[in-house]
Ligand binder design. Structure first.
Ligand code: SF4
Ligand code: SF4
Ligand code: FES
Length: 946
């Protein structure tokens, strides 16, 4: 396989529908109006030399290399900034143009410390390619002469370096940072010969506001900004297009290799979700693949206090299968189950749930979506009829008003946050409902029209207050409601929200939000044009998570903001394949495609295809499995790619459940916290080592392609097949494409999906069937999937978790940009330089009351447990609210979270825990005991040591 070299057309594609015909170098060319002459030439195969232009950015016109001649016009205009016009006759080559370009190029090169003009002499220097293209073979003015200011090489960023001496001040990096990423961290400082690109106020990159998205590195045409890996390993010679394994945006990358050594990940311009952009995680944080702590050999042990014993794959699989069979023989069919992972591929999760239903003979399968977006499934299923976001990401380009609630896209979905910022800079407005002041409330060139800083746990109250204003002020879209929704349900709902007790004035005491802001936000959402709602775990992870999702859907239906580009209701999925894990039937009550196991006709389709009778009663959810384990009725668990000990609430209860089981099988990359309680460890493979698909937050099915062979010897789907075969239920797939063929055969929304079709189209958004053979970017266009849209009454019920004198503060949790989920991957990369510990954000008033200074060690105590961590005193949180992340096992933030959960789905109430904070002088007893236990549990007897 060779290097996938994407053409750079110089300027972005024009979206105009009117076409224009002109002549370039004697060729007749027809392109959309608004296209630059540079792009028109490139599209017809005529390359014009360029340095400051790239099709990721609007034209800038500074380098003067792309000159052209236009018949009847004087001078030599820049082709990147000159739009096409009907009938133009353009020449891109002439003696004059060649001479001018060569002269300009000679000046650039004279200011650039190149030892040779051979493009091969310096990796990734487009500058030298252009020098070669204009025929420059010699430079008269250098290299002995003075060059521009050079503050010295900046090596501070762990992933890329900046050598100012090579900078030609083209501003491509500066514009990439502002126009693509939206961070505005870079600038050109100084003037004339003194000018040079700098991060922040002439700071090292690491100390500046740079978020390490890599857009500047990608934009740089001189190698002034370059990945350290490219300098170290040399220019890659082949690439494989694949999908990021971190968040639910689902960015496409070219994994570039030199031989079999991965050199870098380059965002793919044809990626439908990211259009060539990336964040620090997908772009740079893949080194965990080769981390020294990666476990590559299967291991077993009798008791969790024994050291691990390395064994062969056959022995480990046979050991696990024998244990599961023994448990079922002794304790019954329902005494075992499995947990699938949103980090694994759709094919892998499909196989795990199939193993449970067909191999174990029960429905005890659940997934980590239980603890994040299960209320989305219930809420959107009840109101719209389908459990998924309604829009594609590109829809944001037509949005006038964004309502972001319980989500922090700048940290958790960075590439989509950049799209939001681009749209905001074009004039769209944003309402943020969040207890914290996130970057979308106030950031570089971003200022929210309204920030409603609700108290944690009051989403339903604020959403109903917004609805109150919309209904009582006559801002509903009655025509849409009459045509598309259940009118009776609407009238009941409208009467409910109109009650005075739901007014912003009446609910202020609950939400803490000034009523005039609620009224302003409601009016803007209802009347500001196309309005789209984006929400995250700050909505779902509450005891009323499902109610909040339905309240959101009610708002969209009442204002007619559903069923066309620019509007809609969009859950921002946390992990790469949350959507896919849910789609594949990972829940205990549903087969793939969200069909209930009690439906005889559906069950019959699966039973016939799989050749076994299937159980019609729904199985146990994760929390039910743990409860049953503590009660002694659930004894065996197969966990693929999840670390429930760190990610699930009430860690001490999780530990008790796991400890009570006879056989816990963990399949993962590292000995994670859950593995401390396991009896069999099956080494997993990374996304770089396998084939499959991930399905992102826009329902987009995208290929994961094997870049290197699995270091552990087996891809995860092969491990599940081996376990199933050992259990006596045959699974004999030759390639994951056959698993997808089975999914397509059994799942109506995936009917037209195959690897061939995915290769052909790049990606497909389900539903994909005869009616929509290329997929469905926007859902509910002509009608809701359930028929009429269903308004649901959303009575606010305060959580049972109450603040009081003992626990006066409310803890809410979230993520940070550089880390991902439980941090298993990102903590094992250089991303650790940005966040090497979890800290507790606390408002200055609350800190002062407790004598807490910035950086002090504090004790965080809830009714469930306690932990210690450092304080970060900041007014980003409101008084009465504290906030932390859960990326580090040393902190184990979930020791304090409660077992309260969403009434409909049992999604835990992570976002609202009553706590007290006080100064601390040491780790909690739980932290001490747990770390001693973990050290003991991680001992390994290797084959070599035997
Ligand atoms: S660092 Fe590279 S992209 Fe930035 S101004 Fe200099 S040459 Fe241009
Ligand atoms: S983590 Fe998310 S935003 Fe970042 S590169 Fe990966 S998919 Fe894209
Ligand atoms: S590429 Fe057109 S002026 Fe630089």
């Amino acid at each position: 396989m060779s290097l996938v070299d994407e053409i750079d057309y110089g300027t972005p594609r024009s979206t105009a529908t009117e076409m224009v015909t002109l002549t370039i170098d004697g060729r007749s060319v027809t392109v959309p109006a608004g296209t630059s002459i540079m792009r028109a030439a490139m599209e017809s195969g005529i390359e014009i030399p360029k340095l400051c232009a790239t099709d990721m950015l609007d034209a800038y016109g500074s380098c003067r290399l792309c000159l052209i001649e236009i018949e009847g016009r004087a001078g030599t205009p820049a082709s990147c900034t000159t739009p096409v016009a009907e009938g133009l006759v353009v020449a891109t080559r002439s003696d004059r143009l060649d001479r001018l370009r060569k002269g300009v190029m000679e000046l650039y090169v004279s200011d650039h410390p190149v030892a040779s003009l051979d493009p091969c002499a310096q990796p990734d220097a487009e500058l030298l390619d252009v020098a070669a293209a204009v025929g420059l073979t010699d430079v008269r003015y250098g290299p002995g002469g003075a060059r521009h200011r050079n503050p010295g090489v900046d090596l501070s960023n762990p992933y890329f370096m900046y050598d100012p001496e090579k900078c030609i001040v083209c501003s491509r990096c500066v514009r990439a940072c502002s126009d693509i990423q939206g961070t505005f961290a870079l600038t050109i400082s100084g003037r004339g010969f003194e000018s040079v690109m700098s991060a922040g106020a002439d700071q090292p990159f690491l100390e500046s506001d740079c978020v390490s998205c890599g857009a500047c590195v990608q934009a740089c045409p001189t190698g002034s900004l370059i990945e350290k890996a490219v300098v170290e390993k040399g220019k890659p010679d082949r690439s494989v297009v694949t999908t990021c394994a971190y968040c639910g945006v689902g960015c496409t990358f070219k994994a570039e290799l030199k031989g079999d050594d991965i050199v870098r990940m380059v965002p793919y311009k044809d990626g439908a979700a990211n259009h060539g952009h990336s964040c620090v995680k997908g772009r740079f944080a893949w080194g965990y693949t080769n981390h020294r702590e990666r476990v590559l050999k299967p291991m077993i042990r009798e008791r969790i206090t024994d050291p691990w014993q390395e064994v062969s794959w056959d022995e480990a699989i046979a050991h696990a299968a024998a244990a599961f069979k023994r448990i079922q023989a002794t304790h019954g069919t329902s005494a075992v189950g499995a947990i699938t992972s949103s980090r694994c591929t759709a094919e892998e999760t499909f196989l795990v749930q199939k193993l449970v239903r067909a191999g174990f003979g029960n429905n005890n399968v659940d997934t980590c979506a239980r603890v994040c977006h299960s209320p989305t499934g219930y809420g959107l299923g009840t109101t719209f009829g389908t459990s998924a976001g309604t829009q594609d990401f590109d829809s944001i380009a037509e949005t006038d008003v964004m309502l972001v609630i319980g989500a922090n896209p700048s940290d958790a979905h960075p590439v989509f946050a950049s799209r939001m910022k681009q749209r905001l800079q074009q004039g769209a407005r944003i309402i943020v409902i969040d207890p914290r002041r996130t970057q979308l409330v106030r950031g570089p060139h971003v200022e929210a029209a309204y920030h409603l800083p609700t108290l944690p746990g009051t989403n339903v109250a604020i959403l109903t207050a917004l609805a109150h204003v919309i209904v009582t002020e006559g801002l509903c879209d009655e025509q849409f409601i009459r045509e598309r929704c259940d009118w009776d349900a609407f009238q009941d709902w409208a009467a409910f929200v109109a009650e005075p007790r739901h007014s912003p004035e009446a609910t202020e005491a609950v939400t803490g939000v000034p009523p005039e802001d609620v009224r302003g936000a409601a009016r803007l959402y209802a009347t500001g044009g196309n309005a789209a709602i984006y929400y995250g775990l700050g909505v779902t992870e509450h005891s009323q998570g499902s109610t909040s999702v339905m309240a959101i859907a009610n708002l969209a239906m009442a204002t007619g903001n559903i069923g066309r580009p620019g509007v809609g209701v969009n859950p921002l999925r946390g992990q790469n394949n949350v959507q896919g894990a849910c789609d594949m039937g990972s829940f205990p009550h549903e087969f793939s495609g969200y069909r209930h196991v009690s439906n005889d006709a559906v069950r019959d389709i699966f039973a016939r295809d799989w050749g076994v009778p299937l159980e019609k009663e729904p199985g146990l959810r994760i929390n039910n499995m743990l409860d049953a384990a503590v009660d002694g009725t659930f004894k065996g668990l197969y966990i693929q790619g999840e670390d429930i000990m760190q990610s699930d609430p009430d860690s001490q209860h999780v530990a008790a459940g796991l400890t009570a089981m006879d056989c816990v099988v963990v399949q993962d990359l590292f000995l994670n916290e859950t593995a401390n309680y396991a009896h069999v460890f099956l080494p997993g493979s990374t996304f770089l080592e396998k084939d499959g698909t991930f399905i992102n937050a826009e329902r987009r099915i995208q290929r994961v392609r094997k870049v290197v062979e699995p270091r552990n010897g087996m891809a995860d789907w092969e491990i599940t097949c081996a376990l199933s075969n050992a259990l006596g239920y045959p699974m004999n797939y030759r390639h994951p494409s056959e698993i997808m063929d089975e999914v397509a055969r059994l799942t109506p929304t995936f009917a037209g999906v195959s690897y061939d079709r995915l290769d052909e189209l790049g990606s497909i958004q389900w539903p994909c069937n005869d009616k929509a053979p290329a997929g469905t970017p926007v859902m509910h266009v002509n009608g809701f999937v359930r028929g009429k849209g269903n308004f649901v009454i959303t009575e606010y019920l305060p959580t049972a978790e109450r603040v009081g004198p003992r626990f006066p503060l409310l803890l809410t949790t979230g993520r940070i940009l550089s880390q991902y989920n439980v941090g298993a991957q990102t903590r094992r990369t250089d991303n650790i330089v940005w966040h090497d510990e979890d800290v507790l954000e606390i408002h200055p008033h609350d800190a002062e009351e407790r004598g807490i200074a910035n950086g002090a060690w504090v004790k965080l105590v809830s009714r469930k447990g306690e932990t210690t961590l450092r304080a970060l005193v900041t007014d980003r949180v409101a008084p009465g609210v504290v906030y932390t992340t859960f990326h580090h096992p040393d902190t184990q933030a979930n020791v304090v979270t409660t077992d309260f959960s969403d009434w409909a789905t049992n999604c835990p109430e992570y976002k609202c825990t009553a706590v007290q904070v006080s100064l601390s002088n040491g780790r909690s007893q739980w932290q001490e005991d747990y770390s001693a236990f973990a050290d003991m549990s991680r001992r390994i007897i290797t084959e070599a040591a035997e």
